[in-house]
Write a protein that binds this ligand. Structure first.
Ligand SMILES: C[S@@+](CC[C@H](N)C(=O)[O-])C[C@H]1O[C@@H](n2cnc3c(N)ncnc32)[C@H](O)[C@@H]1O
Length: 212
């Protein structure tokens, strides 16, 4: 596959690939061509310091994980950790997931989308900052293959209820995972915040939505 011209700021160092949304071409973005993902593709939205990217790469899922994170300092931190660990099957876009995901394609190319501890706010006035909203879920559902999954976890029980409602309204079959410190993440791709919860013995609330 020919490599896309994603601008001078993209780094492609032995298969590791980090790009800023401003350096991507305008318009639709093909996961294979512009973002150099090999199928099946998984997404990790708002990966923070990137522990979940590293853990994903050790699980042998095959394919590529595309991480999207808005904070530059987190992107740099995660990219350095991936490079140090020699990880080659993870791509990173620094940018706003809400603008990026509706541009991704082709439809049906995504196997799984991870949303580890998004939206830690639950007050009404914070709703406009929310990452998990009905329009965003609709874009993700369009990208999912049949049987593809959205996995959301949180330490705020009210948010778990809200996520379940939004995923279900988006046409996904939803289920809650077992809860509590003794119930591990079923995919083993633990995020930074998840490990902090584990260490503090705090419950984590998990929802899986599956595309019928
Ligand atoms: C509560 S933190 C969780 C970080 C990580 N997933 C974890 O579980 O440790 C939420 C993350 O989402 C990122 N984020 C928030 N809004 C975003 C957006 N619109 N696009 C991309 N990332 C976003 C934040 O910068 C932050 O790193």
């Amino acid at each position: 596959m020919p490599e896309a011209d994603v601008g001078g700021a993209a780094r492609d160092d032995g298969g590791r690939f980090v790009v800023d949304e401003h350096d991507l071409p305008a318009g639709p973005l093909d996961l294979g061509h512009e973002l150099r993902c090999r199928p099946p593709v998984d997404l990790d939205i708002g990966f923070g310091k990137g522990r979940s990217l590293l853990e994903w790469s050790t699980k042998g899922f095959g394919g590529t994980l595309l991480g999207v994170e808005i904070r530059r300092s987190f992107v740099e931190h995660a990219a350095a950790r991936l490079a140090k660990a020699g990880v080659c099957d993870v791509r990173i876009v620094r940018g706003d997931f809400r603008a990026l995901v509706p541009r991704l394609g082709p439809a049906g190319a995504v196997r799984r989308c991870f949303l580890h501890f998004p939206d830690p706010w639950w007050k009404k006035r914070h709703q406009k900052r929310q990452v998990v909203s009905a329009p965003v879920v609709a874009s993700i559902v369009g990208l999912l293959a049949q049987g593809g999954e959205v996995f959301v976890q949180t330490d705020v029980p009210e948010r778990a209820e809200e996520f379940e409602r939004i995923l279900s309204s988006g046409g996904l079959d939803t289920a809650r995972c077992a809860e509590g410190p003794a119930a591990p993440n079923p995919f083993g791709t633990r995020s930074n915040r998840e490990v902090r919860c584990e260490e503090a013995g705090l419950p984590v609330y998990r929802v899986i939505g599956r595309k019928p």
